[in-house]
Design a protein around this ligand. Structure first.
Ligand code: OFO
Length: 161
């Protein structure tokens, strides 16, 4: 793997760690609101992001390159409403998708077929990530400020495996 590619992979490893940190911060926000189902959903998401980070970690090592961990920036800690938090999560996932696409473009430019195949998993995963966050955004828009609606969604999100 070229130095340029290894640096880009390391940068993405950092972004995945930040994603985990962001969703854990959202879990804490929901916990504080007493929305335990929402908090659970975000905790599961935070763990998934950590697993994404580990995929990059292992891949960089397997390619004989050096993993260089950097500072993970601090996430936001407060949002205006559950809808606002999920809208921000969706915005973040779209940003991550654009980064994965850029990595894919770079791997093609570098004729790095191993990286291209590795990144394919993330291309597919991002479709799922945007869809699952988007689904919650849609539901929250539907129930608006109804406490009953929020309670039902909370129960549903609490069942995420
Ligand atoms: Fe790693 O997919 Fe979300 O950010």
């Amino acid at each position: 793997m070229t130095e340029k590619m290894a640096k880009a992979m390391n940068d993405q490893l950092n972004e995945e760690l930040f994603s985990s940190y962001l969703y854990l911060s959202m879990a804490a926000y929901f916990e504080n609101l007493g929305l335990r189902g929402f908090a659970h959903w975000m905790e599961v998401q935070a763990k998934e992001e950590l697993e994404h980070a580990m995929k990059f970690y292992r891949f960089i090592n397997e390619r004989g390159c050096r993993v260089l961990l950097k500072e993970v920036r601090a996430p936001e800690t407060d949002w205006n409403s559950p809808l606002h938090a999920f809208e921000e999560a969706l915005k973040h996932e779209k940003y991550i998708t654009s980064r994965i696409n850029e990595l894919m473009r770079l791997s093609r430019e570098e004729n790095d077929y191993a990286s291209e195949i590795f990144l394919q998993w993330f291309v597919t995963e991002q479709v799922e990530e945007e869809a699952s966050v988007g689904e919650v955004v849609d539901k929250l828009k539907l129930v608006k400020d109804s406490p009953n609606g929020l309670f039902i969604i909370d129960r549903e999100l609490g069942m995420r495996k």
